[in-house]
Design a binder for this molecule. Structure first.
Ligand SMILES: [Fe+2]
Length: 261
C-alpha cells in the first residue's frame, strides 16, 4: 500500500525550468476560446462518465474544473495544492527533459495555456490546455497517483543515460498518457491521451486495442508509437501498482541494471 510522501507547498526553486515559466493571461481569453473549451468538455464528458477511472471523475469534481469556460490555473492549483501538493504551473510550451523532470519532482505540472481552435477540436500535434488540464490535472488530486508522478520526476531528474530515460519514458507513456485501469469488471481510462481524445478513447472502448495486465517488464519492452492508434495498452488493478513499479525501477537502477530487454 502506498503512503503519502511529504510535500511542500512553498514555491520551489526551478533553475532548469524557470526560462519556460510564464503567467496565464486569463483575461486575454476570448469568448470564442471559452466556447471552444465548453464544446470540448461537452463532447468528451458523456463517454468519460461511462468509461473514465472513478479517480479521474472524482478529481474533476473535487477541483471544480469548469464546464463552460477555460480554467484559471491559479484557482485550480489552490484546490490541488491543499490535497496533494501539486500545482498546474503555466509554461510556454515544449520543455527539454531536465526542466520537465525538475518540475514533476517539485510537483509542478508543466501546463500550456494556449487552446486549439474550433477547426481542430479532435487533434493537436502538441499538448494544449485542454490536454494538460482536462486530461492530466484531475488525476493529480489522487494521493497515490500524485506520489507516483512526483517520484517519476525525482527518479528521472537524476538520470543522465538517454537509453535508460527512454525505457522509463515507456512507463510514463503507458500510464500517465495512455493508462487503463480495471474497475468493477470494466476497463476504464485514466491516461490523458485517452481522456482528452475521442478517437483514442473510442479505439480502446471499441476493442481496437489489446489490453494486457500491467507488468513492468513488459511495459519496459514495449516501444512507444506516436503516429498510429494503439494496438496494445496496459491495465492496472489499482494505482498502488504503478506507485510500487516506480520503487522497483529505482531499486533496479540503483543496483546498476541497464533495463535491457
Ligand atoms: Fe500529456
Amino acid at each position: 500500500m502506498a503512503t503519502a510522501l511529504a510535500f511542500r507547498t512553498a514555491a520551489p526553486s526551478l533553475p532548469k525550468a524557470s526560462p519556460f515559466l510564464i503567467a496565464q493571461e486569463y483575461a486575454a481569453y476570448t469568448t470564442e476560446q471559452h466556447g471552444v473549451w465548453a464544446e470540448l468538455v461537452r463532447r468528451r464528458m458523456p463517454q468519460l462518465e461511462q468509461n473514465a477511472a472513478l479517480e479521474y471523475l472524482d478529481g474533476f469534481e473535487t477541483l471544480c474544473l469548469p464546464y463552460d469556460r477555460l480554467p484559471n490555473l491559479a484557482a485550480v492549483s489552490a484546490k490541488l495544492e491543499r490535497r496533494t501538493g501539486w500545482n498546474a504551473t503555466p509554461v510556454s510550451g515544449f520543455m527539454p527533459a531536465p526542466a520537465f523532470f525538475e518540475m514533476l519532482a517539485a510537483r509542478r505540472f508543466p501546463t500550456t495555456t494556449w487552446l486549439r481552435k474550433r477547426d481542430s477540436l479532435e487533434y493537436t500535434p502538441e499538448p494544449d490546455i485542454f490536454h494538460d488540464v482536462f486530461g492530466h490535472v484531475p488525476m493529480h488530486a489522487h494521493p497515490v497517483f500524485a506520489d507516483f508522478l512526483a517520484h517519476y520526476g525525482q527518479l528521472c531528474a537524476r538520470i543522465n543515460d538517454e537509453a535508460i530515460l527512454e525505457r522509463i519514458g515507456r512507463v510514463f507513456w503507458y500510464t500517465v498518457e495512455f493508462g487503463l485501469i480495471r474497475q468493477h469488471g470494466q476497463v476504464r481510462v485514466y491516461g490523458s491521451g485517452l481522456i482528452s481524445s475521442n478517437g483514442e478513447c473510442s479505439n480502446v472502448i471499441g476493442g481496437g486495442c489489446a489490453v494486457k495486465s500491467f507488468v513492468l517488464d513488459e511495459v519496459l519492452r514495449t516501444p512507444v508509437k506516436v503516429d498510429e492508434m494503439h494496438r496494445l495498452l496496459f491495465a492496472i488493478e489499482s494505482f498502488d501498482e504503478i506507485y510500487e513499479a516506480m520503487h522497483t525501477l529505482e531499486a533496479r537502477i540503483d543496483c546498476g541494471s541497464r533495463l535491457k530487454d
